[in-house]
Design a binder for this molecule. Sequence first.
Ligand code: HEM
Length: 484
Amino acid sequence: MESIGCTCLEAILGCKKTQKAGVKGPKGNFWSGNEEEIKQMKMERREMILDIKSHDFLEKVQPDFAKWASQYGGIFMFWSGKKPKLHISDPELAKQVLSNKFGFYRKIDVGPGIMALLGKGLVLAEGADWARHRRVVSPAFTMDKLKTMTGTIADCAEAMLTNWNEKKEVEVSLEFQELTANAISHTAFGSSYALGKEVFLAQKELQMIIITSFFKRQFPFNKYLPTEANRSRRRLERKMRDTLMDIIERRLESKEAAYGEDLLGLMMQACMSGNTMTMDEIISECKTFFFAGHETTSHLLTWTIFLLSTHQEWQQRLREEVLRECGKETPDADKISKLKLMTMVLFEVLRLYSPVMVLGRTAIKDVKLGSLVVPKDMDIIIPVAGIHHSKEIWGADANEFNPLRFENGVTKAANHPNAMLAFSTGPRACVGQSFAMLEAKIVLSMILQKFSFVLSPDYKHMPADMLTLQPQRGLPILLQNLSA
Ligand code: HEM
């Protein structure tokens, strides 16, 4: 068994131990590791425009991983400052890391920006705190609960589509961000969109600050300086906290029996009756669910519209399926469950354009992983996008849109049952995945019932890493109203 132990001292010495273990990687700068090179590569490719038929965007979006994987193979090491990171693109090793039942890995440190955005809610919580929170929130996402939300999600979609009636062209990326924020505000927090929108806008602004700061030089003490970005971050954190407190207080005042059965109600019951959650924890969890609950699903919908615009035959097949199962009526949960082709299409979109492109963990002790020993404190980077686009894993057509590969289910679509990592796997897998799939199916069905669509000639195919995978300049489409 070989150790890839790497401490800062070994970094200084050229990481001899790592090289001895056969794990190679780019040499980094003494202070900044490979960070400058990564920024440079990403800057150079930022304005790259791809052919609309090409889904092979790794060279643009993750040029660092693309370059080093071609030089060193799927397992290599690189440096973020003085922190070593191990890139692993083998789905079996990824599964072992993500499904580890003994808690040998924790979530990677995300820095103050993302912490401000998400709060220390479920996505970033650890150990006993995480288990306690997950127990409280899980009942909000059972199938029975989700079924009761279909009407609310459909109402939100209907409001958006009524607006589309007046339009010939829409920028769907923005439309879907508003729609999914609206849907999570109503279903999880029972709040009006007016209040939810304030949280949503504060999170958008914070997200832009985080993305912009990636390209600026960072020093370890940066977060303590009164820079414009830090001042804005604190202002937005206060704004989010005040708005969330407002939403919570309104629920307290409404004196609903046991605070309600939605996510907010369950958390408030846990706070008031069982003392299993504090008010600060509820606020953090609200931030997490506001962000996680809309950001990813909106991009799933956006990329689905992109792929159905460029594959008109699939747009037509899905429309036929929707009209067969739901007619022109608003779809309910039972009808939605019959949309087999739509499920395959959504999985294929999640494979090609997974909103979450990287999963990260840190070893909390020396851990055996395959034939390696990962030393304590080593970060492990699982390149979801790289795994999803690998020809070795998905076959020669890995970069093509082929929903039929999911005909026999997700576990049989590739040469490894856990190769599909859009929702991750193991105990920290996405708690909102059924909600996301349900919402995407309702919205998509309602769009297909009413409109056909093609890409606007103004569209530029520029997938970009903006914490999630997004079209850099939005997605304008041209609509045709089918009932006109
Ligand atoms: C297409 C939509 C979505 C995608 C692709 C997605 C993806 C993911 C992924 C990859 C993770 C795991 C991260 C990791 O292992 O480090 C995750 C976790 C999580 N997601 Fe989602 N998500 C989606 C929708 C949602 C929705 C709608 C909600 C809430 C309603 C949600 C809430 C969460 C939460 C709370 C976690 C943390 C779970 C835990 O650690 O216990 N997600 N999501």
